[in-house]
Write a protein that binds this ligand. Sequence first.
Ligand code: ADP
Length: 355
Amino acid sequence: RKYRRELQLRKKCHNELVRLKGNIRVIARVRPITKEDGEGPKAANVVTFDPDDDAIIHLLHKGKPVSFELDKVFSPGASQQDVFQEVQALITSCIDGFNVCIFAYGQTGAGKTYTMEGTLENPGINQRALQLLFSEVQEKAADWEYTITVSVTEIYNEVLRDLLGTEPQEKLEIRLCPDGSGRLYVPGLTEFRVQSVDDINKVFEFGHNNRTTEFTNMNEHSSRSHALLIVTVRGRDCSTGLRTTGKLNLVDLAGSERVGKSGAEGSRLREAQHINKSLSALGDVIAALRSRQGHVPFRNSKLTYLLQDSLNGDSKTLMVVQVSPVEKNSGETLYSLRFAERVRSVELGPGSRHT
Ligand code: ADP
């Protein structure tokens, strides 16, 4: 009977998620104007909201108004908790075996890291997600055994780095699981089992230190690399032995600014080309999914290949498009919001399972 109840619960949760528009949801978050934005006309606010519809955002670009409709728009007044509330149903669905991907997209300085990592006083989605997963699995502990593991990685110039590794690393490669499940894995990537909130903090601190030690200009480095927190939740029903595995990918993408167009040279140009390559590969994958093409080019970048599990038909994806509200960034904002609308019109289906 317990098994039947569990299945009913799952079905309910599944139906709830399916009700969400499309499988890729897109929300925008506009950051507040900060001191760094400076003063004068270039620091003027060019973003406004619709008082009757929290899915609409208006942008004034070169004096012309442009409007976009997304799934939800958060104004600068929104708290970390407000944003988290919007994504928590997705997060807990990984306990039921769904693969989930949440990524922050936008130009450098638009608030991606604030949304995902947050600050010590005001943590973002990453920490809140792990805390929520802990409390949810504890509630189910009478019937289910769960293990939660995390990996922390970054992709920089198309190279995947393990940020929880303690040994000098071999080059990490993404492989297909030999069990025929179609899942992907990365041999050698550290999976750290977290058993308490304290463990979470240790993992974040370790990963963070590992990320920063090698690069002298961390701001530049982090704006050009993708940071990924991969949480795997494995469950086993104590009475039936039924097993589930769900994966939650939390991704702070590289800055979407079009560096390649601003006369970059040498290694900067190479970096820019890599970033453009992986972000445009993401766009291409999404376009292929949208048109339900048989072939989806997941393997065109490390990012899309690694996220393949989370972008196919059975997965739940949410993109937070970060927006700077000031005039000098309106060109990049326009570009980001156009990308957001393009992503939003994707509905994942069974046809998207091919690689
Ligand atoms: P990105 O990761 O996109 O480069 P950051 O997250 O570093 O951008 O944000 C740039 C600056 O703006 C940081 O100082 C950050 O603390 C601040 N900021 C971003 N979003 C918010 C917000 N919603 N509320 C308060 N400060 C924010």
